[in-house]
Design a protein around this ligand. Structure first.
Ligand SMILES: C[S@@+](CC[C@H](N)C(=O)[O-])C[C@H]1O[C@@H](n2cnc3c(N)ncnc32)[C@H](O)[C@@H]1O
Length: 272
């Protein structure tokens, strides 16, 4: 599936907003310097930038990296327009915050950048966790922070009950886990790694995606979000009963009776 137009990532923004763990976010905010230098791995459409501004981070430097060049273009344009920024070569300025997006591999692309904070939202289930933490630690000054919100952790739930749920979800997770670097239990493994390392695990909390209909409809663009999740499953799973399961779920989505939960963790870790 091609998500270069960014609609899937934009559609998950309101789902993320509800999911983000307030306690972990508050601890992060308490630890940040006044004008932080922020790097983001797998920045997607750059929705962290308006979130930082909402949290009171109105000065400093933000540099988002994503391997998808099309998504980087979307991030530059949409976030600049949304925030009424002043365009620059690779991004924009908004007040005293300088924003830049570049295409590259997040495990390598930070180069000589130095940071107070590395953000990796919904990314650490896609790359080897230890490699990512090593790269982040290299980019961070001593005592710098890693904020990894909405790190997927192995529970995918659809309601109402369907007899094929367990089989379909297990096959979906197996398909993900068979791909290089991917891990459907990344949330708990991130906790393990943070505990084993020499830094401090400052805060951790659940951040589950919960999408549910209201009066037969879904808020914002969340029907599209759910339709995309079903497409992910369709492309990953086949076998007896899967077509019927998908047909039932799509019918429920159209009728506004389908709910979905995915379990995640938010983690705030301070490197040595
Ligand atoms: C699930 S999306 C999350 C995007 C964004 N952080 C958000 O939460 O909206 C994962 C993003 O990570 C990017 N990505 C995956 N592996 C990457 C890597 N090794 N280096 C840079 N970006 C990567 C993908 O292109 C995608 O945009």
């Amino acid at each position: 599936m091609n998500h270069a137009d960014g609609r899937y990532l934009e559609s998950k923004r309101t789902v993320d907003d509800r999911a983000l763990n307030r306690r972990v976010r508050d601890r992060l905010r308490d630890e940040l310097p006044a004008s932080p230098r922020v790097l983001e791995a797998g920045a997607g459409t750059g929705v962290t930038v308006p979130r930082l501004l909402d949290w009171g981070v109105t000065a400093g430097e933000y540099h988002g990296v994503d391997r998808d060049a099309g998504i980087i273009e979307v991030a530059r344009e949409r976030r600049c327009a949304e925030l009424d920024g002043t365009p620059t070569e690779n991004g924009f300025r908004v007040g005293d915050l300088t924003v830049r997006f570049d295409q590259g591999d997040a495990l390598e692309a930070f180069g000589t950048d130095r940071a107070d904070l590395v953000v990796a939202q919904s990314v650490l289930d896609l790359v080897p966790i230890d490699d990512a933490l090593d790269a982040f630690e290299t980019a961070l000054d001593p005592g710098g922070l890693v904020y990894a919100p909405i790190t997927f952790d192995g529970e995918t739930i659809f309601q109402p009950d369907h007899p094929a749920d367990d089989r379909v979800v297990a096959a979906y997770h197996d398909d993900i886990d068979n791909r290089p670097g991917r891990d459907t239990r990344a949330g708990r493994h991130l906790l393990d790694r943070c505990c084993e390392r020499d830094g401090d695990l400052l805060a951790v909390g659940a951040s589950d995606w919960v999408v549910r209909p209201r009066g037969g409809d879904y808020p914002n663009d969340e029907r599209y979000f759910l339709a995309t999740i079903l497409e992910f499953i369709e492309s990953a799973v086949d076998g007896p009963g899967v077509d019927e399961w998908l047909e039932t779920r799509r019918q429920q989505l159209a009728e506004g009776t389908l709910s979905y939960v995915a379990h995640g963790y938010d983690v705030c870790y301070r490197v040595p």
